[in-house]
Design a protein around this ligand. Sequence first.
Ligand code: AHR
Length: 549
Amino acid sequence: MKRREFLSTTLAVAAAGALSRPTRAAEGLVEVLLDEPIGEIAPELHGQFTEHIGEVVYGGIWVGEDSTVPNIGGIRKALVERLRQLRVPVIRWPGGCFADTYNWRDGIGPRAQRPVRTNFWDNTAQLREAPAGPEKYDPNTFGTAEFMRFCRLCGAQPYVAVNVRSQTPLDFDEWVEYCNSPAGSTTLARTRAGDGSDGPYNVLYWGIGNESWGCGGHFQPEEYSVEFRRFTVYVPDYGLKLRFIACGPGADWRNPATSWTRGFLENIVAKNPRILDTIYGLSMHYYCGTTGKGDSLDFTTDDWYEALWQADAMDPLITQHWLAMGDYDKDRKVKLVVDEWGAWHRSPVLGSEYLFSYIPSMRDALVTAITLDAFNRHAEKLAMCNDAQLVNNINTLFLAVEDRFVVTPIFHVFDMYKSHQGGRSVRVVCDAPTIPVRPAETAGNTHAEKEGRSLWGLGGSASLHGKTLVITVVNTSASESRETEVSLRGGSAKSAQATVLATSDIHAHNDFEHPDGVQPKAVPAEVSGSHFTWTFPPASVTKLELQLS
Ligand code: AHR
């Protein structure tokens, strides 16, 4: 049966604002190919990133045991509850750029005796304007033990970024010893016991430096490959298979250069190809947005499309770097780890000490959904991804100022998409009218980059969990809804639930005064069969959870 024929005959879906019109040709298509599996969606693709930067750690996570803000041993209680709701799988710490200046010994032992140190980010113009506080002079009250406790409270694995620029492999070995040596076995195990944990933390994920081509040491890839070897050979493992993550590229939509990826891998395998067995992942960082130029809430429709177009670059960036990796890693032992990503706009809005903070809008919710869909479509290549950053910073899920705490539209997308965790990603084909992307000056485009760009109208991903199929779809149009034919190849639905994140204003957001400005809605759906129509509202993120017969 031809597509247009069955449109006029098959079952329709009735949903709030989404009544089907089976006699009219749909203008969009979402086809799910159930027999074309891509790979398992590791829950770790929904990881988070926390750095000692601005008000992420101090103020965001750590409020102190004596605070009037409800806390669990000094850790913000509302944050823990929300992260448990998300089933956050892994949290990266302590940086970012901060990591390559961090002396982990400053953050162990009795809290009152820990030294106060100048924070890496104190050099920024914004923080120079800020009053003295923990974001400028780090009191080290949040150290390794506090981070591990935070992870345990949330049910997340810790992912620790190691200082390669200004510490030695011996310092790293001893950090592993502090974290992982058996109870009572070493001096550092006894220090750990004094810090609250007799037993080891069994930390598996260790990032060897951060942005080693930049703030992490300005290394050349061949120099970094030597450092990677020095840091990872003969690390005490205490019976664990440690998962070392090598520093990879800072990817850019303007220039998807794979030179760092190639340079590092070429040099590391030249010495001994078997080292690939010890590299769990190669990291990649990619930020989109209007860094330093565009306001997070005051933007034009052109800016909207520009940001979504930039977010979509995650997909080819993964492919390009994966292809480059394959030239050196024929057996595909090393996976990609996108351990920093997000939309970055002008800041601050909460105060000068809130470095890189802004109030996210629906635009950032769609950036997030586009990115998480891209991760699903590349599930077989990715081991972990970490949103930058968890609270009060860049692509933030939460805003937290003293006792005020609010979830952003980005949080809602993570909450919707958690249904994909652990599922088997299957191929999705989408078709809808494309949208021209006109120049947006705030994005720093050059003339050449302004010409002839367009963005897809509908995009998404799908995952199978036994007899449950989860489909997520983004409608990028700022103004047009899309009546769409949804087609299940190799399956048939018997019931469905729908969740829709949509607002009439693309600038909609949540703040302390309006915590519910953006909220997902459960939408009734009656679905059966292999084909149905669904109308995706403008500027929306939709999740369809289908029970298959
Ligand atoms: O996330 C903020 C900063 O961006 C990180 O510290 C650094 O790794 C990146 O450049």
